[in-house]
Design a protein. Structure first.
Lengths: 312, 314
């Protein structure tokens, strides 16, 4: 690696300086590295170690933990509830990503068709939805879906449906529907803005050439627009998968407002319940390690995609 | 990313490849010409825009409206869509509330943690980003790879061992404890973004300053630093929003009523008052939302570009 760098060096921007004495860049990196090592690296290792130990409340109060190998993992993986939670998380993630991407793409396309004033208006609206602190968003939607005075029930009742006093959160399916509404509402702006930026990079002359060559609107969209925005589309989808798979706040806070915990837990919430609420750190850690592995697989793809685009 | 391209294109006289009027259309984004040519098409498009705007804004509007209504008008069978008899009494009640979960304590905690996180993260990230852009050294690529991968570690999974770590140092329920966790959490992204901004400053400028007698560090300070300032602002705002909104870590690490941050405060306040004091809850969430919205609007154009940096090549 060192030799390769030296050969390439003249073309790279930083290389024009006289080669510094080695410690200087390392000195600049040291503070950030220390923080990351202590507060990300060490906890990660500790997490893996704890997942191979018997570690409950007794160990917190000083009893030395006992090494149990992969016992915790065996217990987690043979527990049908874990698979239920995992399946639930994946299904929830899939629905949310599909809806977010579909609506986000439609809104992005809409933005390209709008006049300047209307586009600005929609942009401001989307920005507000995006900027909401997640907890505030959950609380607002919780109020709108309130059983007694919620505006949603009022609206549905006025349309002629019997929704008076309807509880949305007690039934797991409608609980997840509300959670989906909140998440999609907050995620669509990011997708729409990013795809809109990508759409405006599609060169007009290529479009024009295709038009002259007789391609109709749909063909142009499929073969030119989609082809040009595909990398961005892919990247945004992966980010959404990563974010929706680890969903915690929305589910956790909605459970406060009336959801049944056991029937609505996703993997992040499950870790919290087992590890923090029940104090079974060993099992919690094992589940957490499994989650980290799943996330790293998903993000490996994201990192590769980024590396393709960026020259490091 | 779009804007600079357009500006450059406007400066370039119509060359052989794009002549006159055709040049104009060629620069408009591809889709814009397809719809909206007929009156009916325009109507549909604008109606859709109104729907999107309403769907985005209504919850925000509803929050503010409810927060301005006296509680007796909130709890009625037919909701009021306009704040008749607007009042600030809900805000007053929430702010001076001395009950179980005091708002002002949470506000103070949130401000302290957030500001310390922004300052700390920017400082560390600036140094690291300088090293990554201005020097070649062994392990540099590795460092960048780790930075990218670490961003994807789910906080929900890490919180167990982070709690243990801080508990061992007696740093749970302290501002400093939560702050260092937040700095570590936002650091990868801030380094990555600042690296992009610094790489955008030509090395030649620094070299020129050094030829004129600056030392390397005063070249950084007098030349690079002012040019990177907008990047520092954007990155700082990002760190601000992250720290201000963060929930799960604060929930676990700060569990005494006087040590809550605003998101956790809102959750507790909501838990206690849901069904009885919606107006107060909406006032609380409005108060917590205001700073984020202001900062967000200020740097919005960089937000999405920053997150998927590298995806759109200008």
């Amino acid at each position: 690696m060192a030799t390769a760098t030296r050969v390439e060096a003249p073309h790279r921007p930083g290389a024009r300086f006289p080669r510094p004495s080695p410690p200087l860049p390392l000195l600049l990196l040291a503070p950030a590295s220390v923080v990351l090592l202590v507060l990300t690296g060490y906890p990660l290792i500790k997490l893996v170690i704890t997942s191979t130990q018997k570690y409950g409340r007794a160990q917190v109060f000083g009893q030395p933990p006992e090494f149990v190998g992969l016992d915790n993992y065996r217990q987690v993986l043979t527990d049908s509830y874990f698979w239920t939670v995992l399946g639930r998380s994946i299904a929830f993630c899939a629905v949310n990503v599909l809806l977010t991407m579909a609506l986000g793409t439609l809104v992005a396309l809409l933005l390209t068709h709008l006049g300047r004033a209307m586009r600005l208006t929609v942009t401001v609206g989307l920005l507000f939805a995006w900027a909401m602190p997640p907890l505030a968003a959950i609380v607002i939607w919780g109020w709108m879906f309130d059983t007694q005075y919620g505006v949603v029930n009022w609206l549905l009742t006025n349309v002629g449906l019997d929704y008076q006093g309807h509880s949305w959160l007690i039934n797991p399916v409608s609980f997840f529907a509300v959670a989906t509404v909140i998440i999609v509402w907050q995620s669509v702006p990011f997708v729409a803005f990013t795809l809109y930026a990508a759409l405006s990079q599609v060169p007009g002359d290529v479009m024009e050439a295709a038009e002259i060559d007789g391609a109709n609107g749909r063909q142009r969209f499929r073969h030119i627009t989609i082809a040009f925005i595909r990398p961005v589309l892919l990247l945004v989808t992966v980010l959404q998968v990563i974010w929706d798979l680890r969903v915690f706040t929305q589910i956790f806070a909605l459970q406060d407002q009336g959801g049944i915990t056991a029937k609505t837990a996703t993997i992040g919430v499950y870790i919290y319940q087992v590890g923090i609420a029940q104090g079974r750190f060993d099992m919690g850690s094992a589940i957490a390690v499994l989650m980290v592995v799943i996330m790293l697989v998903a993000s490996g793809f994201y990192v590769r995609q980024i590396l393709k685009q960026e020259e490091l | 990313m779009t804007a600079p391209t357009t500006t450059v294109a406007d400066l370039v006289p119509a060359g052989p490849r794009r002549s006159g009027a055709a040049g104009r259309t060629a620069r408009t984004p591809a889709g814009r010409r397809r719809g909206g040519r007929t009156l009916a098409g325009r109507l549909v498009v604008n109606a859709a825009a109104v729907v999107v705007f309403a769907a985005s804004m209504f919850p925000v509007y509803w929050m503010v409206t409810t927060s301005l209504l006296p509680n007796r008008l909130v709890r009625r069978p037919d909701p009021l869509f306009v704040p008749v008899e607007p009042t600030l009494s809900n805000y007053h009640r929430v702010i001076v509330d001395e009950s179980q979960f005091p708002f002002l304590d949470a506000l103070r905690n949130s401000l302290a943690v957030t500001l310390l996180t922004v300052v700390g993260a920017l400082l560390l990230a600036l140094l690291a980003a300088l090293a990554l852009t201005r020097y070649r050294f062994r392990g540099r690529r590795w460092f960048i790879l780790v930075i990218l991968a670490v961003q994807m570690l789910p906080g929900e999974a890490m919180i167990l061992s982070i709690y243990h770590l801080l508990d061992g140092w007696d740093l749970t329920n302290t501002i400093i404890g939560l702050t260092i966790v937040y700095i570590a959490a936002v650091l990868p992204f801030t380094i990555w973004t600042l690296r992009g901004f610094i790489a955008g400053v030509p090395v030649e400028l620094e070299e020129a300053a050094m030829v004129d007698g600056c030392s390397r560090f005063s070249a950084y300070r007098r030349v690079t630093f002012p040019l990177v300032a907008p990047g520092l602002v954007a990155t700082g705002v990002f760190a601000f929003i992250q720290a201000w909104n963060e929930f799960v870590t604060a929930l676990v690490l700060m569990n005494r009523p006087e040590n809550l941050t605003l998101p956790v405060w809102l959750r507790s306040f909501n838990k206690v008052n849901a069904g009885t004091d919606w107006a107060g809850i909406m006032a609380g969430s409005t108060l917590m939302t205001i700073p984020v919205v202001i900062f967000f609007l200020a740097v919005q154009s960089r937000m999405s570009a920053g997150i998927v940096q590298g995806a759109v090549k200008g």
